[in-house]
Design a protein around this ligand. Structure first.
Ligand code: ATP
Ligand code: MG
Length: 332
């Protein structure tokens, strides 16, 4: 059976981008067609400036949002990365397979290190090496497929390279995984800055729709979305990125093609109104389920405990095999 692994970082409140680019696919499709593991990758959240109490809160909220988005612990495995030691054990080995040059070529490293420096923070070494940990996250489960938004495809490519290099040098140990990127909304853009991706860790929040935003807030953010001064509505992502982003969001909510939707609107006012309504309706069930789960922390704890136990059982033999293959002496 195909195995799937994917994760989300508790670096901020989850966004519509996370839902449309990742979570929705996990919940509606992936968990039903494969043996799937979904993870709150909290170690990755330590690669940028963080507050310990906030990280604890966001990790719990992240796990509860995965369940609220429809992940069913009866059919898939939901857990927290730091509860399974094998990720960190294998990450060091992956650092020994990767090169400094290939890490520095990662676009996310370039973008995030610039952002850290611009806000006066130092760049953590782990921000550079984080793709090695991500490779370990995937390889430790022998995952065949990794459903991610477009921004993560480069890291999955690197994971493939590392797996192939390891297998070639030390003997076949890892399954070589591939990225699976959704056809629509693989890259939801910031409503205030349609040139950059909507990201949960960004400081400017006016262009970001959070999954737990109130309906009125969602309406306000979408009505204030930056578009352009051209008349009418057309789907031209290169020249009209703001309008295209709204059309793609509406398309992801309705299942209709963005260019077909464009034909139905005379101006961006009506497009914004319909997009706002569609997003509010899309998120309503998730928000209701999240409220229920928040009232039952014991349930979420139980899911995470069982998830980590299953994950550990799968991961342990892979790491042991990798340690042996690379020449580490087995314990007596
Ligand atoms: P950060 O700003 O900390 O990087 P993020 O919002 O990018 O946060 P991640 O935890 O890095 O979230 O990614 C979780 C998943 O969400 C990944 O599969 C990623 O590709 C997807 N994703 C993130 N942002 C978007 C977006 N704007 N559009 C589509 N998918 C996205
Ligand atoms: Mg990201």
């Amino acid at each position: 059976m195909t195995r799937i692994f994917s994760g989300i970082k508790p670096t901020g409140h989850m966004t519509l981008g996370n839902y449309l680019g990742a979570l929705r696919q996990w919940s509606e499709v992936d968990q039903h067609r494969a043996d799937s593991l979904f993870c709150v990758v909290d170690l990755h959240a330590l690669t940028v400036d963080h507050d310990p109490a906030r990280l604890r809160r966001l990790s719990r909220q992240g796990a509860s949002l995965l369940l609220a988005a429809g992940l069913d612990p009866g059919v898939c495995t939901v857990f927290v990365q730091s509860h399974v030691d094998e990720h960190a054990r294998l990450a060091f080995v992956m650092e020994c397979v990767a090169t400094d040059g290939e890490m520095r070529r990662m676009i996310q490293y370039k973008e995030k290190s610039v952002r850290a420096q611009a806000s006066g923070q130092s760049v953590r070494l782990s921000l550079l090496t984080y793709p090695a940990l991500m490779a370990a996250d995937i390889l430790v489960y022998g995952a065949d497929e990794v459903p991610v938004g477009e921004d993560q495809a480069q890291h999955v490519e690197l994971t493939r390279d590392l797996a192939e290099r390891f297998n070639h040098r030390y003997g076949h140990t890892f399954v070589v995984p591939r990225a699976v990127v959704p056809k629509v909304a693989a890259r939801v853009m910031d409503l205030q800055d349609p040139a950059s991706k909507m990201g949960k860790s960004h400081d400017a929040t006016a262009g970001i729709i959070y999954l737990l935003d109130e309906p009125a807030t969602i309406g306000k953010k979408i009505r204030r979305a930056v578009t352009d001064s051209e008349a009418g509505v057309t789907y031209e992502p290169e020249t009209r990125p703001g309008v295209a982003n709204l059309l793609e969001i509406l398309s992801a909510c309705t299942g209709k093609e963005p260019s077909a939707l464009a034909d139905a609107y005379q101006g961006s006012g009506a497009l914004k109104a319909d997009t706002a309504d569609a997003v509010v309706e899309l998120l309503r069930p998730l928000q209701a389920r999240h409220a229920e789960l928040s009232a039952d922390p014991g349930y979420v704890d139980g899911v995470l405990r069982e998830g980590a136990a299953r994950a550990r059982a799968l991961a342990r033999p892979t790491v042991d095999a990798a340690y042996r293959a690379i020449g580490l002496m087995p314990p007596a």
